[in-house]
Design a protein around this ligand. Sequence first.
Ligand SMILES: [Zn+2]
Length: 307
Amino acid sequence: MKTAIINSDSYEKHITGDGHPEQPKRVIAIKEKLNKRKDLIWKKPDKVPKNILAMTHSKDYIENLKNSFPQRGLKFLDGDTVVSPESKRAVFEAAGSTIRAIDGIENNQFKNAFCLSRPPGHHAEKEKAMGFCCISNAGVATNYLISKYKYKRIACVDFDVHWGNGNYDVMRGNKNSLYISTHQHPFYPGGGTDKDKGDFNNSLNIPLPAGTNSEQYFNAFDRVLDRLVKYKPDFLLFSAGFDAHKDDPLAQFQLCSKDFYEITRRTLSATNKFTQGKVVSILEGGYDLNALAESANEHINALIEFN
Ligand SMILES: [Zn+2]
């Protein structure tokens, strides 16, 4: 079976203003790279069921969010989370890409999937838009897997260079999920230390210093793999940020594009016997366009290898 890419034109119409690093060109750069491949199938997002949004964020927050998109121009939801008139469709379709991905896997249309979507989601808390993010897309995926398909052990591996405070906030009280993150620390958004264990000892956070190189990263990543093997996930999610790349302008890790193949390969080879290869990966950060496209392509190489 194949690997699917879930994508919509709305992701290119979510305008964030001149000079904003979370820009439409990000998904365009990845799309151009992936379009050259013949081994992928492309699908469009589905709608997110209301009850799934309500399990992920508070009802008030979702109502406020729906009403906060401007008729024209730009609006700031926080210091760096900017939306435009077309953003509403992008925000809800980014969450909806995970729904399409999960349904496609469950219906045997494809083996695994990459959500080529924006805005990203891992900084969006239950009650707060933050850090370019409005909805925790990985949180939506987790709740959909539990609610519709009765999964009980969903692991989310977040290798974005920033801590996914939003994913953590949404998943920490969920007994059926394990949230794991490696990230630069101290750094935006703060937190993500050993103390953040989740309400059910269901989170592993591995803070690493600025300057972390490939060897140091993979030494630390062994802890991620150990925890995954102990947990025996029945479904795997990636919060796939590529801003730990050495060329990324926002952060100071030193990974190269090939390392994202290796992160993915090692994770899948540790978990495939438990998940039967069921994986949904969701785009988070990554702000150097070349590094982003190359790294996402490497990540997808490993998704294809394991399907
Ligand atoms: Zn990031």
